[in-house]
Design a protein around this ligand. Structure first.
Ligand code: BGC
Ligand code: BGC
Length: 826
């Protein structure tokens, strides 16, 4: 007997009663059977494959009978993050028409398009962007959650799409995980209730045929099955070591509740469960989820997730089909998968019965969602209604969600609410930065490389404050560098994490790693000058910020609030006469750490001793002063220093306010953000996103030697690195030199002002590194300190330039402690 069946003892799992309306369902089942009878093998196999929209054409959809497409985190019509509603509809129509083409005896089956509308239809330019789940867990309001689901479905229907890969029902148990913000809570009860409400909002009421998939509703996904939030050390896609009781009592709760709400699809987790990849876990997918729990919808794989099963590749994986996955997200290599799967069915390695089960489920869900009757995407009732997109009403609900998600950790001497008539200084990296507010999965996958102007109709936290203060005739002072001429009564410092998604967000500990020093310096300075300090903390997880809390009179956690920054001013200001407008109601849905390396940080775990418990949150009515906190982070001095390194580029993506550009003689500046492949205007340099450990985590740079060409990082606004120079840090580049430059290559750093550039010749060291594989190259910043370069105002922390040929792959660029090969200058 398979040991897994024993360890996941089927008997312990409940048989769920799913209260699906019954009227007309029999008819659907009969139609499914009839269709299966007429479909060819090729049609069936095409039905179970989901390519990425940028890797397939409509003709190929017709030819291969493709049943579904997705747009990945960076996939947009015409590769344009500002793609218009018409662009989306045009693409949706053309895919749809190919899918229902009946020429040459094809069976017409409408295609279904899935999108990560995970906090609003956040991939769409101009859409309402709600707080990420972690904030909604703090708000913990079922009606609100339902409304958010309804609006997300509506704003997705505007572009004619059918299906969102949400809600995430992960119960994140280790906040070092880069996807903690996608989780509603460490508490499975909160996850279960809120995700159930989200599904009802997205799909409509399961018990009522007239609202279930009524107009403007879309298909929801419960993800990622199962225990994605339980991986060891919070490593994304890692191994979850849990027994059956914990699996059922904690990690399955969000699946039970959403299945009961009628969720029609479940996405399998990349992670392993006790050493076994979930994508190959037949006992849990088939025996538990389908047979015992009674799920009759689609089990969808994650982005190339099948390829992680030992013995599988992106193009070939009968194991995952046999484990019970019905629909395969094979973004690029779908043709190979199509061919190999047809062979496996012919040879009997995958049975007809298994294939029919998979296809039958896909057809069933398409029918339940009404896709067979819906017609062309652009002809559907909500399609093209641009006035519904980011409408005032929808934004109003998002703004309410922001208000309710705020958690007040400290409010000594009732510093808040602020009277708008005071002299108020607003500063900090997040003050006027919608990009930091929205976080990852916003317009693009990582949420990096964007500007405020990319978020049409959104309000930054500063603009929200300005609106309130101006309305009573006051004048907020916004100061980018924190300085002031008129001494303010109070300083509002807005800071925190910069965007990331998935594994890029994994951290080794719970220390805040972005804008730590600057924000702390500012808070301490204001305190010393007798100015009251209010911190607004933007973060995708609870982090160790005790130093900042000590330096603040009030400390508000705003999580990743999304596009409606106004919600913050709604709460932190009183009216002119001092009356409260809105009180704080948010409560921590995650326990807050006392040190940056804390274990047992989930309520109920042995040794549970957080700084602030699950459920903590002050309010105006219920306030108490907080004592000074210990400032021992639990980390070594070296670890601290390493954390304070300034990272510009990490795992193939630019970080924080950095941008990666290329240029040549024709055009000095070509954007690379969000593009898998891009070359400079005259093709002298090209950049290709390639995989080192994970998808697209490195950039391959090829100089063709035709003319001068370069790659460079810009940061906005210019940053002060004088501390780093003083303490002897280096620029550290993790790279792989495939072919060293055939002529001189310079590494340059520039500062603003007179546009000063300092440069170091790195040709020789690159030649030595050629063929050595991955290494770290360190060049002390001191070598660039020629007395002209202004290290307090660096706007280009790195530029690599040559007019000759070269081929280099880069993985990470930072200013920090020297590692690997250190260049010695004379
Ligand atoms: C993520 C999923 C997401 C999918 C499609 C994967 O990398 O794990 O949550 O739905 O990509 O973008
Ligand atoms: C997808 C992710 C994927 C990433 C890297 C994004 O477009 O949404 O699921 O992991 O690309 O390829």
């Amino acid at each position: 007997m398979n040991p897994n069946i024993k360890s996941f003892s089927i008997d312990k799992w409940p048989e769920l009663t799913i209260p699906l309306y019954s009227d007309g369902l029999e008819n659907i089942e009969n139609r499914v059977i009839r269709l299966l009878e007429v479909m060819t093998l090729e049609e069936k196999v095409g039905q179970i494959i989901q390519p990425e929209i940028l890797n397939i054409t409509s003709d190929e959809i017709r030819q291969y009978h493709i049943g579904s497409v997705l747009n990945g985190g960076n996939g947009r019509p015409n590769r344009d993050i500002h793609a218009s509603v018409d662009d989306w509809l045009e693409w949706a129509d053309s895919f749809y028409e190919a899918s229902v083409d009946t020429s040459a005896g094809r069976t017409a089956i409408p295609i279904i398009w899935g999108i990560d509308a995970i906090h609003g239809n956040s991939a769409l330019y101009g859409a309402t962007i709600f707080p990420h789940n972690i904030g909604l867990g703090a708000a913990n309001n079922l009606e609100l959650m339902k409304e958010i689901g309804r609006i997300t479905a509506l704003e997705t229907s505007v572009i004619g799409l059918d299906w969102t890969f949400a809600p995430t029902v992960a119960v994140a148990r280790d906040s070092r995980w880069g996807r903690t913000y996608e989780s509603l809570s460490e508490d499975s009860a909160i996850v279960a209730l809120l995700s159930k409400a989200a599904v009802t909002g997205l799909q409509g009421d399961i018990t009522d045929k007239n609202t279930f998939f009524s107009k403007g509703r879309i298909i929801a996904t419960a993800k990622h099955f199962i225990a994605d939030g339980a991986t060891e050390s919070g490593i994304d896609q890692g191994d979850a070591k849990v027994d059956v009781d914990e699996l059922i009592n904690v990690h399955a709760q969000g699946f039970f509740s959403t299945l009961i709400a009628g969720v029609q699809t479940v996405m399998v987790s990349y992670s392993k469960l006790n050493g076994i990849r979930m994508h190959g876990h037949k006992e849990l997918i088939t025996d538990v989820l389908k047979d015992k729990l009674g799920f009759d919808g689609i089990v969808v794989s994650d982005f190339n997730g099948h390829a992680m099963i030992p013995g599988c590749s992106k193009m070939d994986c009968p194991q995952a089909i046999n484990a019970g996955i019905d629909l395969f997200m094979v973004p690029k290599d779908w043709k190979g998968f199509y061919t190999s799967t047809i062979e496996h069915v012919r040879s009997g390695r995958v049975t007809q019965q298994r294939l029919n089960d998979a296809v039958g489920r896909i057809l069933r869900v398409k029918m339940r969602a009404g896709l067979f009757e819906a017609g062309r995407p652009s002809s559907r009732p909500i399609a093209g209604k641009v006035d519904l997109l980011g409408s005032k009403d929808n934004r109003g609900v998002a703004r309410q969600a922001v208000r309710e998600s705020l958690v007040l950790l400290k409010n000594n001497n009732s510093t808040l609410p602020l009277n708008p008539k005071q002299n108020i200084l607003i500063t900090g990296a997040g003050a006027d930065d919608i990009v930091m507010q929205v976080g990852g999965w916003s317009l693009n996958w990582q949420g990096t490389g964007l500007n405020n102007t990319d978020f049409k109709g959104a309000t930054s936290i500063y603009s929200g404050i300005k609106n309130v203060v101006n309305s009573v005739g006051g004048h907020p002072i916004y100061s980018e560098d924190g300085s002031y001429t008129i001494k303010p009564n109070v300083a509002v410092v807005i800071f925190g994490e910069t965007p990331y998604a998935e594994f890029q967000g994994d951290r080794e500990n719970l220390m805040l790693w972005s804008n730590y020093e600057n924000s702390l310096k500012a808070l301490k300075r204001y305190k010393k000058e007798g100015i009251k300090t209010v911190s607004i903390f933007l973060s995708g997880r609870p982090l160790w910020v005790s130093q900042h809390i000590n330096a603040s009179d009030s400390f508000v956690v705003a999580w990743l609030p999304g596009s409606e920054g106004q919600g913050i001013a709604d709460v932190i200001f009183s009216n002119e006469s001092g009356d409260i407008n809105f009180d704080f109601t948010g409560k921590l849905s995650f326990s807050w750490p006392r040190i940056a390396v804390q274990d047992g940080l989930n309520k109920g775990e042995a040794g549970y001793k957080p700084l602030f418990e699950l459920g903590y949150g002050l309010s105006y009515k219920n306030n108490k002063n907080l004592e000074q906190l210990s400032e021992d982070s639990g980390l070594s001095v070296e670890a601290h220093r390493d954390l304070l390194a300034s990272v510009f580029f990490k795992e193939g993506q630019s970080v924080s306010s950095s941008r990666l550009y290329i240029g040549d003689n024709t055009d000095m500046r070509t954007k690379t953000e969000g593009m898998r492949f891009v070359s400079s205007a005259s093709n002298a340099i090209s950049v290709n996103s390639i995989d080192r450990y994970r998808q697209e985590d490195a950039k391959e740079l090829i100089w063709n030697g035709a003319e001068n060409a370069f790659i460079f990082i810009r940061n906005y606004p210019p940053q002060d690195f004088s501390n780093q120079v003083e303490r002897g840090d280096s620029i550290v580049i993790e790279l792989n030199v495939i072919q060293p430059p055939t002529g001189k290559m310079n590494l340059k750093i520039s500062s603003t002002g007179k546009g000063v550039t300092a440069s170091v010749d790195i040709t020789d060291v690159l030649r030595k590194l050629a063929g050595e594989g991955w290494t770290k190259l360190s060049i002390p910043l001191q070598y660039f300190n020629d007395g002209k370069l202004d290290f307090t105002k660096i706007n280009m922390p790195m530029r690599l330039q040559t007019s000759k040929a070269a081929h280099i792959i880069i993985y990470d660029v930072r200013y920090g402690v020297a590692e690997g090969i250190t260049v010695k200058c004379n």
